[in-house]
Design a protein around this ligand. Structure first.
Ligand code: SF4
Ligand code: SF4
Length: 135
């Protein structure tokens, strides 16, 4: 009898909702937009994302780690190979993991493809562009 009551109590328990001001829990894995996207921003990636995980800044996109479901679809779409699985981000670009997370909290979703900047082809070949990222 006691067991039945305990089972009923366990089933009736509903976990409390997190406080709106509490920090968001970090998912285990995500995909990350890295340096090559800066000033390229072709947005082909946006078209295939099933969960609208991309966020747009003035000259760069990021992936919201809270939304990304790790489907990999966007990776092949990026003409400049800017998207990596979190585990595969090159050592010299690991800081982009935190940058995606940070900017995803303040930038707005982008859900439709837009024309790339006219000089995107020129910037695609340039390295060390982090200083050019506009917030
Ligand atoms: S396709 Fe690549 S370069 Fe274009 S916005 Fe997406 S991540 Fe950036
Ligand atoms: S891996 Fe899938 S869910 Fe994550 S950003 Fe790319 S397309 Fe969207």
């Amino acid at each position: 009898m006691t067991f039945v009551i305990q089972l009923a109590a366990a089933r009736a328990y509903i976990a409390p909702a997190p406080h709106p001001n509490s920090p968001r829990e970090r998912k285990a894995m995500t995909y990350v937009v890295a340096e090559a996207c800066i000033k390229c921003k072709h947005t082909d990636c946006v078209d295939v994302c099933p969960v609208d995980a991309f966020r747009e800044g003035p000259n760069f996109l990021v992936i919201d780690p809270q939304e990304c479901i790790d489907c990999t679809l966007c990776v092949a779409e990026c003409p400049v190979d800017a998207i990596y699985s979190e585990d595969d981000v090159p050592v010299d670009q690991r800081h982009f993991i935190a940058l995606n997370e940070e900017l995803a909290k303040v930038w707005i979703p982008i859900v439709e493809v837009k024309p790339a900047p006219l000089d995107a082809g020129v910037w695609a070949k340039v390295k060390d562009k982090l200083g050019l990222l506009e917030r």
